[in-house]
Each structure stands twice: as structure tokens, then as C-alpha cells.
Design a protein around this ligand. Sequence first.
Ligand code: MLT
Ligand code: MN
Ligand code: ZN
Length: 299
Amino acid sequence: MLLRILGTAAGGGIPQWNCACPGCTGARHHPSRRRLHDGLALQPADSGAWFLANATPDIAEQLESHPGLRPDAGQERTPVVRIVLTDAELDHTLGLLRLREASRIDIWCTEPVRKALTTRLALNEVLAPYTTLNWYDLPLAGAEHPAEMGGLDVSAIPLSAKRPRYAADEPAHPAWSTALKISDRATGKTALYASALATWNDRLDDEIADADCVLIDGTFLTDDEPYRTGFSQRTASAMGHLPIEGPHGTALRLQGSGGQILYTHLNNSNPLVDPDDPAHERLAGLGLGVAADRMVVSL
Ligand code: MLT
Ligand code: MN
Ligand code: ZN
């Protein structure tokens, strides 16, 4: 399969429109440091079909930036878009509104995510005059039948009850925030995509050991980063994102994993948005990398 990395930034993007922090200013001076919101396009090995994982506010530019995702010559439009969602966060779902020119949008997600999008954001009502939304249950990993997306089997690993701020009063549910497990039936290769790790879940150890590529929460480098940079009063963990470094950081757990590990969903406060920051070398020393926009991972 091909994993086309459409973007690698956390909510707000880099630069963020209202921010002049060093990361955002650096991206204004060096366009190669710009990062769009995190999302993927997935292509099974045995077909040219593509599927989106998350629909970011940047989705139209993201599809345009990968030649393989533009409409085929001879086929004037892309009529159907197929999307699997990790959660209901605005940075992963606002793109659904931008895709309204499709004649149909097929969406796979967990039950609390569908409920938030259809009741709190009223997407069915808002989009009905433009397009048709078809909702499908995203099965949990280990269920008898994963979702079939072309030659890919896709399922969800529940990560946490972290819900979007617009749905903060909704009941807790373990599958508000999930990791996607994506397996290619033709090649047997597996990818894991987890952009919001609120806590470590022991099940992840096994799933990561089995995965050929892991795209994982790299929102904050250290736990104190949000309050040290004045971005929030809270720690990274309290904001629902385990930090990369430090005693409870994910780097210690991920080092030595067999597959390719790439951090994504970087916040603009993260020192890693500067390619010269020494943290890149420290992570490389542990066998860990940082995803880049427009990167293509071939498995
Ligand atoms: C998150 O990743 O924690 C959310 O997307 C934050 C947000 O954009 O509001
Ligand atoms: Mn986010
Ligand atoms: Zn900034």
C-alpha cells in the first residue's frame, strides 16, 4: 500500500493564522517548514483507488498536492470520496464541508464520532442540499469483519474518551479517539495511525510491534511545552497528547520497534518544526523519525 502523507500539523496548522511564535514565524520565512493539518491518503497495493484518513480543513490543497490524487484525465470529476475518521475533532473533520462537490461521501467512523458529527455539527442537514453522506460503522480491531476499503482492511483501536471541545458534554465512550489499523490484503503489510495518544494503552505495544509503519502523536515534544510556551495552562498529557520526550514520553516506548516510526500532528510550539533543532538527532538515535508533508511511504 501507499501512505500519502497529506499533512503533519496539529489543529491550527503551521503557520497558524493568528500566531507569531518562533515555529509559525519560522514557517513564514521558510516555506519548506509549512505544515498542513495531519491526514493521510491510503492506496491499496492492487488498485489505484484512494481513501482518506481524516478530512482536514486543508483537504482541497492536500489532494491537489499529490498528483496521484487529482481527478483522472478523461474522468472530469471525482464523484465519490471515501473517508475513515480517527475522531470527531474539527482539525480532522472540517474538510467534509469542503468536499461537498462530490456526489457522494462514504464515511467510516465509530458510533460516538458519527453522533457528534450528525447531531452537534448537523452535517447531514447542512450537507444534504449539496451531496449525500453515507455512514458506515468502523469496527474495532479484532472484530470478525473489519471495514473493507478496496484491498485494505481497516479497523479502530479505542484510545480514549477524549472528545472535541464542541462535544465536551457528551457521555464518555472509549472510542471517541481511536487509532486506525490498516492492513493490505494483497501484501499483508500493516500501518497504524494514532494522532492523539491521551494515555498509553498496553494493547498498543502489540499493535506497534506488528506494524510495518506507525504514524503517531507528535503534538508536543515535552510535557511542559504548552505552559512553558504560553500556549495553555495545562501540560501536554492533560491536553490529551502524551509528549515525545521525558520519563513518560512515547519515544522511550517506541525505540527499538521493528517498523518505521514517524511522529505526526506536530503543534506549532513543538521545537521539531525547526529542522535544525537537536531533538531531530536525538530521535534519529532512537530509530524514530518525523513525518513530512507530501511524504509517500510505500509498504
Ligand atoms: C487536539 O488534537 O487535541 C484537538 O484537535 C485540538 C483542537 O484542534 O481543538
Ligand atoms: Mn488535533
Ligand atoms: Zn505559532
